[in-house]
Design a protein around this ligand. Structure first.
Ligand code: SF4
Length: 475
């Protein structure tokens, strides 16, 4: 063991979903009962990489553990880290700053992630000693190996203000499997999975380049990198040996971006006769052959960015999707016995009240099993952000309200922020009504899944409060 350093990899406490969440958002009271706590897989990989290299490292997710700032501070007093690595965000930056400023001066504080990548100088001003731009795991290891003397090219400090994005790790099999025990897996939850679930990532990057997506902002360039099918299935088998869970959530940016990758994983699962149920995060360009293979391999939920159905809105994203195919996927999933989960966005450029409403009606009529509605939010570092600034659409001054499930921070001449926010709430109300009236299977899925996770009586209580909320909203 390299005893010189003790590294605490900390998902900072607070009400904002940070590492693990592609879209930072505040945990809302009404949805908190579903416990959407994404596994912070970048942090998980960093921790396991350090441990594999004989460093004393620990991953604590204060969000998933529901720690207060004081509880996190008490843990720090006890663990006595030499270094803390954490991921501040725009949405939580005021709280993050307060927390970091109160940390003992002898701890080296390192900021990583999207906000750090886009605002390194602000992070230094907020009390961090170093900011790591872009993908960070192997570069933090190099930094520690050099005894903190050699700053890799993507490190920023008060004395090194120039930086470059790092060379990306092309072969993702070089990573050890991510850390799973420091913050036990049951603290994390992806509500679109049934019962107890665990997150796995098979690739990084995407084949699209959506203007609102902050995924490419962290990698610094458009690219798709993969683990080998053997490596992925080895991890599935190891997870099954070590833990009890119902489903795996493949939380890739896009698991189906390269057909040979996703098909290869499915064939490897089938070849090794691994019995697993998993949810795949993919896209709306997937072909039927891949969907069929996914079903054979054990995929039970296909989650994808349908985003919108209007051709002008899709062109403005830009995202080359065929609206007809986006809806066909739902039908194909049903034929294969897979739950179809469509991600939808309101308030995109070129959209308006009528287009968003039509899109929601058409999607709901196709009866997806699960959906997510988000508000188009221009995260700094994205093309959408630049355009929103240029066009004068952006109404947020601070970024603290860059919350895809809060209120719109863009306002178009013919579609105001207030109307977009109203559409977001209307969309959810329409969905709840649709589920109650037409989709008992979806209700049943949530019910049995919650019973599995939390027990019968707490689930009954939650179910009543959901129905009451929906009835109140629809009045
Ligand atoms: S499809 Fe998803 S992951 Fe890919 S660029 Fe678009 S938003 Fe990002």
């Amino acid at each position: 063991m390299n005893n010189k350093y003790r590294v605490l990899v900390l998902n900072l406490p607070g009400q904002v979903l940070k590492s693990g969440s592609r879209w930072y958002n505040v945990i809302k009271k009404e949805s908190a009962s579903l416990r959407y706590y994404p596994y912070p897989w970048f942090m998980g990989y960093l921790t396991s990489l350090l441990k594999t290299n004989k460093y004393d490292a620990v991953l604590k997710d204060a969000v998933a553990l529901e720690w207060t700032a004081d509880q996190a501070r008490n843990y720090i007093k006890e663990y006595k880290p030499t270094h803390i690595v954490c991921e501040p965000t725009w949405v939580s930056s005021e709280d993050d700053k307060k927390f970091v400023k109160k940390l003992p001066g002898n701890i080296v504080k390192i900021a990583v992630g999207n906000y750090a990548t886009n605002y390194p100088m602000e992070c230094l001003a907020e009390g961090f000693d170093y900011v790591v731009v872009g993908e960070y795991e192997f570069l933090i290891l190099d930094f520690l190996k050099s005894g903190g003397k050699k700053l890799p090219k993507n490190f920023v400090s008060l004395t090194k203000k120039t930086f470059e994005h790092p060379d990306l790790i092309e072969d993702l099999d070089k990573f050890p499997f991510p850390e799973r025990d420091d913050t036990p897996i049951e603290y994390f939850n992806e509500p679109s999975c049934y019962g107890k679930n665990v997150v796995l990532v098979t690739s990084r990057g995407c084949r699209f380049n959506c203007g609102f997506c902050n995924v490419e902002a962290i990698y610094g360039r458009h690219c798709y990198r993969m683990r080998s099918p053997e490596n992925v299935v080895d991890e599935i088998v190891e997870l099954q040996k070590k833990y009890k869970f119902d489903e795996i959530y493949c939380d890739d940016d896009n698991m189906v971006a390269r057909k040979s990758h996703v098909d290869g994983i499915c064939r490897e699962i089938i070849r090794r006769k691994v019995k697993v149920k998993f949810c795949c995060m993919g896209d709306a360009r997937v072909d039927d052959e891949t969907l069929e293979l996914l079903a054979q391999a054990g995929c039970v939920t296909y989650k994808y960015g349908l985003e919108h159905l209007d051709k002008d809105v899709l062109a403005a994203i830009p995202k080359a999707l065929d609206p007809e195919r986006s809806l066909q996927i739902i039908k194909k999933c049903h034929e294969l016995g897979i739950r179809a989960y469509a991600n939808l966005i309101v308030g995109l450029p070129e959209s308006n009240w009528d287009k968003d409403l039509d899109m929601l009606k058409m999607v709901f009529a196709a009866r997806p099993d699960l959906i997510q509605i988000g508000i188009a939010t221009p995260y700094p570092g994205t093309a959408f952000y630049k355009k929103s600034v240029e066009k004068g659409w952006l109404i947020s001054k601070t970024g603290h309200d860059f919350d895809v499930t809060g209120q719109s921070v863009v306002s178009y001449p013919d579609y105001s922020a207030a109307k977009i926010t109203e559409m977001f709430h209307l969309g959810w109300t329409m969905w709840y009504k649709n589920v109650i009236l037409h989709q008992p299977k979806t209700l049943w899925f949530f019910f049995v899944s919650e019973v599995r996770r939390n027990g019968f009586f707490p689930t009954i209580f939650k179910s009543f409060s959901y129905v009451a909320k929906t009835l109140r909203r629809s009045k």
